[in-house]
Design a protein around this ligand. Structure first.
Ligand SMILES: *Cc1c(COP(=O)(O)O)cnc(C)c1O
Length: 356
């Protein structure tokens, strides 16, 4: 696919900060690469994107997005192969989803030349920041927010699209204990659950804090109407292994359609697993943990990749899940996905996007 990348105004750093990166001790989302991309949408058109040294920006206190939350983002990863090639994983899927989020939040679509071309240009400049090995990668964060200096509630006229990048290692140090949330909700039909908009995460923080006070690392959200069916978890979709089959909630307008979920389901199908995408009731899973038919529950998403849960808390009772081993479905799928993404095994799906 021809992506024109000659249309960026580039100002390179005088001196790289790469010495700040210790690949053996990466704290997620805390260190940023040398460069960032900034593209402004003004008077109905996208201006020439600029690549600049990563740094602070100045804003008016009347910035519309700070008040009314027109803000969306994506989360993606770049990987380095043993021979130092840099790969993105299915970036067009994130590009499409970004513009679906934009539409729902009444924001302009970002052109492919800016979104994909910008990622490629940044990855060429900051290739040294893509850490190698194990669970390491470079986390890519495209995002957009309204920039009107105006306090009336309306669709903004001006926006800024940006990309920043941050080295990432393993997400959780140990398998999280999760709480089935039956009071607060993440998303309701007709709402914005399928959009990666900032407000969804703001609204999740208070219930997550209450759960953390009770000793839980994460929430398992249930449906807004009956609290009877599982939806997803934090920034992850969720999968269950029951009687050897993989069961996962079917995507809907209240569930974020994860790219990791889609890739893992495809891999699992090709590995011969039976997949069921359907409504998954809390009752079915709780009973299944108790009678031993549910052997694994794991979250799947770009940040965590595959994250098996150690225990599930429901109505004040913690139910332990069996220990994870190399033979666990979650680990088998994770290894295949990681090997594809880092070029260790052949990519028969055409998922890997080489940054030239
Ligand atoms: C980002 C996200 C996911 C996972 O999506 P991926 O494309 O796999 O990273 C799942 N749920 C929510 C709420 C998310 O924000």
């Amino acid at each position: 696919m021809a992506i024109q990348t000659g249309n960026f105004k580039i100002t390179q750093v005088e001196k790289s900060r790469i010495h700040q990166l210790d690949p053996n001790n990466i704290v997620f989302g805390s260190l940023f690469t040398d460069h960032m991309l900034v593209a402004d949408y003004i008077n109905g058109e996208w201006k020439t994107p600029e690549i600049l040294p990563y740094g602070k920006m100045e804003f008016t206190p009347a910035l519309a997005s700070l008040h009314y939350g027109q803000a969306i983002f994506e989360g993606m990863k770049a990987f380095k192969s043993d021979s130092d090639e840099v790969f993105m994983f299915r970036p067009l899927e994130n590009f499409k989803r970004f513009n679906i989020s934009a539409e729902r939040m009444s924001m302009p679509a970002v052109p492919e030349e800016i979104f994909i071309g910008g990622l490629e240009e940044l990855l060429r400049l900051d290739a040294a920041w893509v850490p190698k090995g194990g669970d390491n990668s470079l986390y890519l964060r495209p995002f957009m927010f309204s920039t009107d200096e105006y306090l009336g509630v309306r669709t903004s006229l001006n926006y800024r699209f940006m990309i920043i990048m941050s080295p990432a290692g393993p997400y959780y140090s140990k398998p999280p204990k999760v709480k089935v949330e039956t009071e607060y909700i993440r998303a309701a039909p007709g709402g914005v659950g399928y959009a990666k908009c900032a407000g969804n995460y703001a609204a999740s923080l208070y219930p997550a804090k209450l759960a953390a006070d009770q000793g839980y690392t994460q929430l398992l959200w249930t449906d807004a109407i009956e609290h009877k069916y599982f939806e997803e978890s934090g920034t992850m979709n969720v999968m269950f292994v029951k009687d050897g089959k993989i069961i996962t909630p079917a995507v809907s307008t209240t569930i974020l359609k994860g790219t990791t979920r889609a890739a893992l389901l495809q891999i699992a199908k090709d590995e011969g697993y039976t997949i069921e995408e359907r409504k998954v009731s809390v009752e079915e899973i709780i009973n299944g943990i108790k009678d031993g038919s549910v052997t694994e529950i794991f979250g799947v998403g770009t940040a965590v990749v595959v994250s098996p849960f150690s225990a599930v808390g429901y109505e004040g009772v913690d139910l332990e899940l069996p220990e994870i081993t190399e033979k666990s479905v979650s680990q088998i799928l994770k290894t295949i996905l990681n090997n594809i993404r880092t070029g260790k095994i052949a990519d028969k799906y055409g998922w890997v996007w080489k940054v030239a």
